[in-house]
Design a protein around this ligand. Structure first.
Ligand SMILES: [Zn+2]
Ligand SMILES: [Zn+2]
Ligand SMILES: [Zn+2]
Ligand SMILES: [Zn+2]
Length: 276
């Protein structure tokens, strides 16, 4: 690019930023100092706007009464143009995106969002989870697992078949972690594999999953795509992410013969990276 063209572009960008900054100041709520995100933005007779959640009887700027049915479509249109800060700004997130995109970031990508550990159920900031997995007493942790190599996990239970502590494993040379979960939903034990990759889900993985008893007289298997770490069990089931096994049938077929444990079974997993 020629120097004059670059200068022109820089100048144009500066002017644009200047206008957007000005607009952002104009529409920033004077109560919470954030750019309003609600679908309707209340306005007073003198044109001051606040977000819907901060709205009071009186305008916080000029003290005139704010009518219940007065909203500003113009302010709404302006807020659609602006990049708004992530709600985890105070925790250290510097991401700014358009209103439409920021919610997805906050829910599914922000490294400061809180995620529960599948084992102990305590919530942690997403980026601290791997470190927690290594120390959590409720998860079985394994590092440097390879792709397309069968990994076997053993489950033994003393009493009836209920949710099992998840096995956590980290793919070698990557930031990808996987959690083999088994949760009870109604009369079924649902097996599924959650995928966690630190921040946004850049890569997708699929798997072959096989459950079987000692004599292999009972086997259930499926191939599927890993469940996003944020997904609830009910949605995972609906989305076809889970291998559902009838608990009664399982209890009948997975009784341990040596009597040391009441029930036991093995889980075999093959992981594949899915082209995205
Ligand atoms: Zn506000
Ligand atoms: Zn006002
Ligand atoms: Zn964020
Ligand atoms: Zn934990």
């Amino acid at each position: 690019m020629s120097k004059t063209l670059k200068n022109k572009k820089d100048k144009y960008q500066k002017e644009k930023d200047h206008i957007l900054d000005f607009l952002a100041r104009e529409v920033t709520c004077s109560v919470c100092l954030m750019i309003p995100r609600t679908k309707k933005i209340p306005i007073c007779r003198n044109g001051h706007t606040t977000c819907k959640t901060c709205k009071r009887m009186e305008c916080p700027v000029c003290r005139t009464r704010i009518e219940d049915d007065m909203f500003s479509p113009l302010t709404l249109n302006i807020t659609d143009l602006l990049a708004v800060s992530c709600i985890f700004m105070d925790q250290g997130c510097t991401i700014k995106l358009k209103k439409k995109e920021i919610v997805n970031h906050e829910k599914k990508e922000c490294k400061f969002r809180k995620l529960p550990c599948q084992g102990c159920k305590v919530k942690f900031e997403a980026f601290t989870l791997p470190n927690h997995f290594l120390n959590c007493s409720k998860t079985l942790c394994e590092e440097d697992v390879k792709l397309v190599e069968t990994n076997t996990y053993h489950y033994y239970l003393y009493t009836q078949i209920v949710s099992c502590e998840p096995s956590v494993f980290k793919l070698e040379n990557s930031k990808n972690w996987f959690l083999l979960c088994a949760d009870v939903l109604e009369d079924r034990l649902l097996f599924y594999i959650k995928h966690y990759s630190g921040e946004e889900r850049k890569e997708t993985f699929s798997y072959d999953l096989k459950i079987f008893n000692e004599g292999k007289t009972f086997t259930r298997s499926m191939s599927g795509v890993c469940t996003p770490i944020d997904m609830e069990i009910v949605d995972a089931k609906k989305g076809g992410f889970t291998l559902d096994v009838n608990i009664e049938a399982m209890a009948k077929m997975c009784i341990c013969i040596d009597k040391e444990y009441n029930f036991g079974w093995k889980v075999e997993i093959n992981l594949f990276q899915t082209d995205s």
